[in-house]
Write a new protein. Structure first.
Length: 302
C-alpha cells in the first residue's frame, strides 16, 4: 500500500498539461517513481470530446512514449503519430476512441526494462551471456509489468474516465517494445485483452551475433508461447515485421511463432494477425504508416 501511494503521489506531483489540441489533448507527467525501476515518464492523450462529455473510454498503453506524439521529444525526429492513427481508426467506424498512455523508455535502461524476464530466465549459454552484456544490469521487465498493471493502471483508472476491464485494455509496442507487449499479454491475460507486437525484436540481441544459434532462439520463443499463450478466450494479438534493415532478420522467428498460434487453435484474422510489409524498415515512419491499420484491426469492436 505504501509503495502504491508513493507511486501515485509521484504521478500527481509532477503532472502538467503539455498542450491542448483540437484533435484531443496531450498531458505530460514527469519523473514518475516506480519501485525497483528507473524513474518513468508519461505522455497521455485524451481523445476529442473527453472534456465535453461524461462517457468512459477504453485504454491503450504504449511503450516508447517519447516517440508517439511530438517530434520535439523523439529520438530520431520521427514519431508514430499515434493520436492521428487513433483518429483515423475511429473515423472508420470500427474503433471507439481510446485514451493512450505513452510510457517513455528509460534511456540506456530500455533493453533491460523491455526484455521479457521469463524468456531471459529460460535462456542459456551464449544467448544468456549476450543478453547480460546488452542489459548491463538486472533485467527488470517483471517489475515494469508489475508497475503497469498495479500502481500505473490503478492511477489511470482512478484519474481518468476509463473502462478498466480486460476487453477494454490494450498494449502496443515495437522492437523491444514489441517483445514487452507480448510479455504483458502472456503474463497478465486478466489485464490485457489486446496486444500489438510490432517489428518485435525476436533475436533478442544483435541479430548478427546470434547467427548460428538462431535455431535455439526460435526454440526458446516457441516454448515460451507454448507454455503461456493458452486459448484466445476473446483476446486478440497483432504481429508484424518489415523486410528491410533490422526487420530483415525477423521472418524465421515470426514463422515459428505463427505456427505456434495456429497449433494452439488461434484463428488467424479473428484471434491473431501476422503481416509482412515488403520494403518496410525498422523505424518510426514505417510503423506510423501502418498504425491506422493496426489499430483498425486490433482495437475493433467485437
Amino acid at each position: 500500500m505504501y509503495r502504491l501511494l508513493a507511486a501515485l503521489l509521484g504521478l500527481l506531483a509532477f503532472s502538467m498539461p503539455l498542450r491542448a489540441q483540437e484533435a484531443g489533448r496531450l498531458l505530460e507527467y514527469e519523473r514518475v517513481s516506480a519501485a525497483g525501476l528507473p524513474d518513468q515518464r508519461l505522455s497521455i492523450w485524451l481523445p476529442p470530446g473527453y472534456d465535453a462529455d461524461d462517457q468512459r473510454y477504453p485504454v491503450l498503453y504504449m511503450h516508447d512514449g517519447h516517440n508517439l506524439f511530438d517530434l520535439k521529444n523523439s529520438n530520431f525526429n520521427k514519431i508514430w503519430a499515434a493520436d492521428k492513427a487513433m483518429l483515423s481508426a475511429v473515423k472508420s467506424g470500427k474503433v471507439e476512441p481510446h485514451i493512450i498512455v505513452g510510457i517513455w523508455a528509460p534511456g540506456s535502461d530500455r533493453y533491460r526494462q523491455y526484455l521479457p524476464r521469463s524468456a531471459y530466465d529460460a535462456a542459456s549459454g551464449t544467448l544468456r551471456t549476450r543478453m547480460d552484456q546488452t542489459a548491463n544490469g538486472e533485467v527488470v521487465s517483471d517489475l515494469y509489468l508489475a508497475w503497469i498493471i498495479g500502481p500505473l493502471k490503478s492511477w489511470v483508472d482512478s484519474s481518468f474516465r476509463t473502462r478498466a476491464g480486460r476487453d477494454d485494455t490494450a498494449i502496443v509496442g515495437s522492437s523491444m517494445g514489441g517483445l514487452m507487449s507480448c510479455y504483458a499479454f502472456l503474463e497478465a491475460p486478466q489485464v490485457f485483452g489486446r496486444a500489438g507486437c510490432v517489428s518485435s525484436h525476436w533475436p533478442a540481441i544483435d541479430p548478427r551475433v546470434v547467427e548460428g544459434e538462431d535455431r535455439g532462439v526460435r526454440d526458446l520463443w516457441d516454448a515460451w508461447f507454448a507454455a503461456r499463450l493458452g486459448q484466445p478466450d476473446g483476446r486478440r494479438v497483432w504481429l508484424d515485421h518489415g523486410t528491410a534493415t533490422l526487420d530483415a532478420y525477423y521472418a524465421p522467428y515470426q514463422q515459428v511463432i505463427d505456427a505456434r498460434f495456429a497449433a494452439l487453435g488461434w484463428q488467424k484474422g479473428r484471434d491473431w494477425e501476422s503481416k509482412v510489409y515488403q520494403g518496410a524498415e525498422h523505424e518510426e515512419n514505417a510503423w506510423a504508416a501502418r498504425l491506422p491499420e493496426i489499430f483498425g484491426w486490433l482495437l475493433a469492436e467485437d
